[in-house]
Design a protein around this ligand. Sequence first.
Ligand code: F0G
Length: 350
Amino acid sequence: PHVWRGIIEEYRDRMPVTDATPVVTLREGGTPLIHSEALSALTGCEVHLKFDGSNPTGSFKDRGMTMAITKAKEEGAEAVLCASTGNTSASAAAYAGKAGLTCGVIIPKGKIAMGKLAQALVHGAKVIQIEGNFDQALTLCRKLADTYPVGLVNSVNPYRIDGQRSGAWEIVDQLGRAPDVHCMPVGNAGNITAYWRGYREYAADGLTGGLPVMRGYQAAGAAPLVLGHPVEKPQTIATAIRIGNPASWEPAVEAARDSGGSIRSVTDREIIAAFRQLARAGVFAEMASASSVAGLLQLHAAGELEPGQTVVCVLTGHGLKDPEWAIAGAADPVTIPAELDAAARELDLV
Ligand code: F0G
């Protein structure tokens, strides 16, 4: 059987590497494209979920991080740095650990899911919390990287985007062509930039049979691209996309415009509903990721989906990152004696 080698090896001819490049990989990518019977039946489309929560550190960030850390290593860096709402820091810490690089992460205090914080800590990153939001953390990191010898591995680093194009290529390889509609969450806007580039490059090589309409979704309380101006105090339960001034603003707007798509907002309520629906059907994605499905449901409700279309929703991170939120909305487990009758009654078997 074919053994997946990670996105740099799998797509080596499309990546900025040479034979001398010291590839740093945790075998990221190769994530499942899961057909959703429930969402397909509801919408009349063929809906697939690209579950990037199954990457090594549980989010799509690994696609960009393998590339960014590989290049940092190649260029002789000793230390890397990032600002993060959680997933980037988890990924940077893991790949820096693998590469033997020092890693610093700057995060908004109290606004990081527990699992993500745990990851940065166990992988040995120096974790700094600020009394501020992601946008302020990123500004601080950019100044640090301008002043001191430390490599910035946020998605303003072009190698991050290079690696994240692989998501689009995998979808096309898995479907045999590009989807008609591509739905995804948007925060700092690097990923929608990367997907659109990936689709276009594959299309230019005649591999896609067309291009998807790109539909990006921000959380309503953190929707600068929808409002057309930065949001000073972004708010949403989807902490991963709690961002008020996306770094990749222009290319994200271009992706939506040039594909005939849009960047819209979904409310926290819509995000939670999509999260529950996904989880009930066996797919545990994190809150921010569910915004892609919330967006799909919104398109359907507005009558904007043509039946029969092929749709891909990207699920960017794993639900286990943030068990507190998941448990808060679920029923409590019952406690019984370890007895047959009691168990059978509780399971409605008698
Ligand atoms: N989904 C998840 C789970 C994320 O962690 C992020 C971004 C996004 C979507 C949005 O992607 O920023 O490329 O538009 N998380 C970053 C972080 C900001 O620090 O982990 P984007």
